[in-house]
Design a protein around this ligand. Structure first.
Ligand code: SAM
Length: 219
């Protein structure tokens, strides 16, 4: 979903290079994110982090882990950055990348990431756009490179078409999951993911009583 662009967004991004890292610089940091955070804590990545509430709430709740939100749209990144800055200007375990998750191995070295989150990713429903879905085979290949052995991918969506496509893509890729790591109605089965943190889109769809589909797969 494209956001209406805000005039203040690009200046805000330029003024906060410690929090918001632009594409080219992020590529130079590949393999060295522990230096950026100043520690070796596990690194969690959300691709398509939008306005950032999910990744920000995670960073606040889990100071023992590092978090990166990767997002294409400058206005969304700037809104996320503003929220984070307002919440805690010293928040040390969160960075935002203004970049494209088309090939995450541009930004991250092999085995650099502990977990990837895909939350309400664009569904690209037309068959001719299959390769753009963030769970298409090419994306899974780059996730398997950057994830640690047995690293996890968590997907949440309101879109059944994208969910079922993703399950079949995971299976073709040789991935499997136990029953307790999948739900067709997460908000009524929170025992499967008691630590669930809601995203902006998730809240919006929950208000419309739309079920939240969820899966965690280990690579
Ligand atoms: C529907 S929004 C969901 C935002 C947020 N994850 C949530 O659940 O509230 C999808 C977001 O993914 C971003 N996005 C789509 N393709 C992307 C890509 N290849 N790399 C980075 N971000 C992407 C879009 O710009 C948009 O902000």
């Amino acid at each position: 979903m494209r956001l209406r662009s805000k005039k203040w967004a690009v200046p805000f991004i330029d003024e906060h290079p410690d929090l918001i890292i632009k594409d080219q610089r992020a590529k130079q940091l590949k393999g060295n994110w522990s230096l950026v955070f100043g520690n070796n804590h596990p690194l969690y990545l959300e691709i398509g982090s939008g306005k950032g509430q999910f990744i920000l709430d995670n960073a606040i709740k889990y100071p023992e882990n590092n978090f990166i939100g990767l997002e294409l749209q400058p206005t969304a990144v700037a809104i996320a950055g503003k929220k984070a800055f307002k919440q805690d200007p010293q928040l040390a375990n969160l960075k935002l990348i203004l970049g494209d998750g088309g090939d995450v191995s541009d930004y991250f070295a092999d085995n650099e990431i502990s977990k990837i989150f895909l939350n309400h990713s664009d569904p690209w429903p037309k068959a001719k756009h299959e390769k753009r879905r963030l769970t298409a085979e090419n994306f899974l290949k780059s996730y398997s490179k950057i994830l640690l052995p047995n690293g996890a991918l968590e997907l949440k969506t309101d879109n059944l078409g994208l969910f079922e496509y993703s399950l079949s893509s995971f299976k073709k890729f040789g991935l499997s999951w136990p029953e307790e790591q999948i739900s067709y109605d997460l908000h009524h089965e929170l025992k499967k993911n008691p630590v669930n943190i809601e995203t902006e889109y998730e809240k919006k769809f929950a208000e419309m009583n739309q079920p939240e589909y969820w899966i965690r797969v280990n690579f």
